[in-house]
Ligand binder design. Structure first.
Ligand code: GN1
Ligand code: MG
Length: 353
């Protein structure tokens, strides 16, 4: 059945390919994504965007397409200066649009599948942390001359601490007693860190830290590497919007420097790997050092703590709200994810700040 739906959506896009089979790509928490296998290569990636999370899907897709085209152009003009080899390529619909709607009103977009690309859920060794630093640094470098004004804020205040903290406080008021009890320790920690976790936000509000084009979801599984473990491109650009460089730096470190995945429930396994941090930062600064102000550089370590905190806080808030945002596989999945993030933050703080 689902095959029929995917096939019918697939043929609404411009190509001469023949649909053969599909595979669900399940690593994301938000959208539904499928690899479409065709009779001959290239294969395609077909994705339906979650309308509960993204309310302005046409503009979301336009953001992604524009940024990808910009990167493609820059790579073509750079004469091999950048190690990154490619950017996402979106396919137009038969009527020339960037997306199609199915009969149920779901909105789909499609990309060419990048052959030979691999993603990781955890970093296996230091060299990959360094390559990841180059890759995200390069993404920011290649987009720094793209006018962020041309991007629509698809999720306004996405990494805004006031907004996320307010959502947490609202959730506290309506949460079930059982869920409040189960998360009481984390709630206490979140409250005690409130002030420190607003520092970046207030520097932004004062104009001391400036917005630029940012990816906003730089977890390791959103980075594509080739067979030699060199960076190919950043994927999942749904949240490309104006933001602070700290968001992308901190969010990348959050998953790259953890000794376990976000879903690990054995907290003894969750630690912050300082060697990976040094190597990631080295790669990142090789690309970005000349673009960053002194103040921006000074706040990179705090960005790490802040981004681990904000994602942990969002998992906790969603747990308190009875799991209405992130996909969950079991009752305390979001609580486990929040505990995992708070443990990681603690390990980072003890070693670094
Ligand atoms: C979500 O797109 P996906 O599932 O990789 C979330 C990110 C979180 C991430 C945590 C739009 O990312 O902000 O960091 O989960 N994306 C959105 O794994 O909320
Ligand atoms: Mg995402």
């Amino acid at each position: 059945m689902y095959k029929d739906l995917l096939s019918s959506v697939f043929y609404k896009f411009q190509h001469n390919a023949e649909f053969r089979s599909y595979e669900a790509l399940t690593s994301g928490h938000i959208n539904a994504t499928y690899l479409i296998k065709t009779e001959a290569k290239p294969f395609y990636v077909l994705q339906s965007i979650n309308p509960k999370v993204f309310t302005d899907i046409p503009n979301l897709i336009q953001n992604k397409v524009r940024v990808s085209e910009h990167i493609q152009q820059k790579l073509a003009q750079s004469g091999g200066k950048f190690p990154k080899k490619t950017a996402l390529q979106f396919v137009k619909s038969n009527s020339g649009k960037a997306y199609v709607e199915d009969d149920a009103g779901n909105v789909w977009n499609m990309m060419l599948f990048i052959e030979g690309g691999t993603t990781y859920d955890a970093v296996p060794h230091s060299a990959l942390a360094y390559e990841a630093g180059l890759l995200i640094g390069e993404f920011l470098k290649l987009t720094e001359d793209f006018d962020a004004e041309h991007l629509v804020d698809v999720i306004p205040k996405f990494h805004d601490m006031d907004f996320r903290y307010h959502q947490f406080e609202v959730a506290l008021k309506s949460a079930k007693i059982t869920r409040l009890k189960a998360s009481s320790e984390l709630i206490h920690q979140a409250k005690s860190l409130k002030e420190e976790m607003h520092v970046l936000q207030s520097l932004k509000a004062k104009g001391i830290l400036k917005s630029r084009v940012t990816h906003n979801d730089t977890k390791i599984s959103n980075m594509l590497f080739d067979a030699e473990q060199k960076g190919l491109c950043m994927i999942d650009t749904d949240t490309v919007m104006p933001g602070l460089v700290h968001y992308d730096f901190g969010d990348a470190v959050r998953t790259i420097c953890s000794t376990a995945t976000e879903d690990e429930t054995d907290l003894d396994k969750v630690k912050f790997n300082m060697n990976y941090y040094r190597d990631f930062k080295k790669g990142f600064l090789e690309m970005m050092e000349t673009s960053l102000t002194r103040t921006e550089q000074k706040y990179l370590p705090l960005a790490v703590k802040t981004m681990i905190f904000i994602i942990g806080l969002r998992f906790l808030t969603d747990y308190l709200n009875n799991d209405i945002y992130f996909k969950v596989n079991y009752n305390v999945h979001n609580l486990d994810r929040a505990k995992n993030q708070f443990k990681l933050m603690d390990s980072f703080t003890k070693q670094m700040l």
